[in-house]
Design a protein around this ligand. Structure first.
Ligand code: GLU
Length: 436
């Protein structure tokens, strides 16, 4: 196991993606750029700025897994603890073939701002494994998940760093990880991880929390813009946990009409609306949204350019970039994914007058209910779903208003406003602790 503390500098030469085509831009370069711009605007002291440009600690691991065919395959994994000035690091673990240390660093930085923005007593972290979960059997997935914890376990803990689900990691993956960690400790330590199944100390309401938080933001944003959402249209890119629940809740809570959805296999469109119940049943049966009988196939670029009230990117980072941002016609973009807009797309959309609810606000519902899960695990006392929903709504509305007020006060766009609120809080904690 290779635990590297402060000297992340050894990896800095890897982060020189400024010369790459913008649509392939290194996400960590993007994260640093976003921080730099906010820091310059806020006149953040140089020492605080430097501390926040890099992760505090990061772990790189090699994970041997016995495959079903008897061979051993070695997977590469990471855990980045970006900043824990406000509390234990918090953030998901991603399983993705294109995972890199820089993606994980960027996402860990974004978690730091996100937890601060919703005012949770937590820092930011992220983990990842380079693997293609779609080509792993259940047994291989379980052995990989347990092996990740065996390698990274000493880096984690309820008071240190608490992972959660993210791209292609489910409640079942969290259950295997909590179990493996509990064996390592010699007692049940379910508080080491969140997003667990209910039967293992999970929280009511965690499953749809990311989408629900985003839906509350869309509702608040519509009030600011003075637009009605009843029967207004939406398009959703990505049909994993966040995208699928967003479809259901857009119908249930806002009365919206979702006209297009997509997943990694393709996009479907019906101008009269797609019902969540039917699309979800089709996806459950066939494994994808494509081929849904009451819709026509469209391309991803068609979906992004639909004339809808709300466009919800709910999958990967960097999907709206300078090549396709001009074609966006939505009034509002709700960033349920992390980092779906590149910086160039962001400024193109601002010029077009598109209202963007930035990711660190829009998708903060997930980590908010993760925090509720940590609190419930610590107390051994569990809340019902209504209580979780109410507490989540209160947190999301407060965070939305903090961002809205900061944007009016500083006369800046929402993303800059969200960064200002979050960075001020992290910088204050570092100052009080005497770090900077
Ligand atoms: N992976 C989610 C996120 O990016 C949730 C993290 C958590 O619950 O810790 O916000």
């Amino acid at each position: 196991m290779n635990t590297s503390t402060a000297p992340v500098g050894i990896n800095r030469q890897n982060i020189s993606a400024g010369s790459l085509p913008e649509i392939l831009q290194n996400p960590f370069t993007v994260a640093q750029q976003q921080l730099d711009e906010a820091a310059a605007y806020m006149k953040l002291p140089a020492s605080a700025h430097e501390m926040l440009r890099w992760p505090l600690r990061e772990l790189h691991i090699m994970i041997p897994v016995r495959m079903d065919d008897g061979n051993t395959k070695i997977f590469q994994g990471f855990r980045v603890q970006y900043n824990d000035a406000r509390g234990p690091c918090k953030g998901g673990i991603r399983y993705h073939p294109a995972e890199t240390i820089d993606t994980v660093r960027a996402l860990a930085a974004w978690m730091t701002w996100k937890t601060a923005l919703v005012d949770l007593p937590l820092g930011g972290g992220k983990g990842g494994v380079v693997c293609d979960p779609k080509n792993l059997s259940q047994g291989e997935l379980e052995r990989l998940s347990r092996a990740y914890i065996r390698q990274a376990g000493s880096f984690l803990g309820p008071e240190k760093d608490v992972p959660a689900p993210d791209l292609y990691t489910s409640a079942q993956v969290m259950a295997w990880m909590a179990d493996e960690y509990s064996f390592m400790q010699g007692n049940n330590e379910f508080g080491v991880i969140t997003g667990k199944p209910l039967a293992l100390g999970g929280s009511a309401g965690r499953n749809d929390a990311t989408a629900r938080g985003g839906i509350f933001c869309i509702r608040e944003a519509a009030a600011v813009l003075g637009i009605g959402l009843e029967r207004a249209t939406a398009a959703i890119q990505g049909y994993g946990n966040a995208g699928s629940h967003a479809h259901r809740l857009a119908e249930e809570l806002l009365g919206m009409k979702v006209v297009a959805v997509s997943d990694s296999t393709g996009c479907i469109y019906n101008p009269d609306g797609l019902f969540h119940r039917d699309v979800a049943a089709h996806k459950k049966k066939t494994g994808s949204v494509t081929g849904f009988p009451c819709a026509v196939p469209i391309t991803n670029e068609n979906l992004i350019s639909l004339d809808v009230a709300v466009l919800i990117p709910a999958a990967l980072e960097g999907v709206i970039h300078k090549e396709n941002a001009h074609s966006v016609r939505a009034l509002m973009i709700a960033e349920l994914a992390n980092g779906p807009l590149t910086p160039e797309a962001d400024s193109i959309l601002r010029e077009k007058g598109c209202y963007v609810i930035p990711d660190l606000l829009c998708n903060a519902g997930g980590v908010t209910v993760s925090y509720f899960e940590m609190v419930q695990n610590a107390y051994g006392y569990y809340w019902d779903e209504d209580e979780v929903h109410l507490k989540l709504e209160k947190k999301m509305i407060t965070a939305f208003r903090n961002v809205h007020e900061a944007s009016l006060h500083h006369k800046v766009h929402n993303r800059r406003a969200a960064y200002i609120v979050a960075i001020e809080r992290v910088a204050e904690a570092m100052k009080l602790r005497g770090w900077v």
